[in-house]
Design a protein around this ligand. Sequence first.
Ligand code: 3PG
Length: 213
Amino acid sequence: MNATTPLTALQVMQDSPVIPVIVLNDVAHAVPMARALLAGGIRMLEVTLRTKQALACIEAIARDVPEAVVGAGTVRSKADALAAARAGARFAVSPGYTSAVGQACRDANLALLPGVASSSEIMMATDDGFTELKFFPAVQAGGVGMLKAWSGPFFDVKFCPTGGITLQSAPDFLALGNVVCVGGSWLVPANVPETGDWGRVTRLAMETQVLRK
Ligand code: 3PG
């Protein structure tokens, strides 16, 4: 996956059954975290823009772990999208959708998984040409039942449900025809950086490979 070729949202979703949602508080943890996930077979990495260090972490992964594909999560504005692209992100994930975020990602060559939680939001995103979407917060907003209901009117839309999903519940989502992958933070337990147990992240990542469709 050449770093100069823009990705499509479908490529991001199809790479592995789970996209890890990563929160990093220290740039020193970025590369070990990326390498641990990569060792477990996961290379699409969503680093959320929720901490002061997030952009520096994206930059470090893009520079030092070229086998990984780093993206930015929690992209809420045009400024977030531009900053993420400048830091080296190859894709973006947003908790909701605005046309401004959609356009900014297009202009910056960032594949975008726009977040939606309602039929109207799906229609806004598809109106702007986005047909691969993040369903967020998936469990809280209706889970598997909601996705089944959407498969009728939105037969041409594919989803990455995220929010409240676990290794145990992931198969129920992945069994649906309109789900390509799921997102989740369970692969990166909050205390791993302080304990230095990167092997745990690798093991959690490896476990997800049985979910492959
Ligand atoms: C998020 O953006 O926080 C994701 O939805 C992660 O949700 P989870 O922690 O329930 O996996």
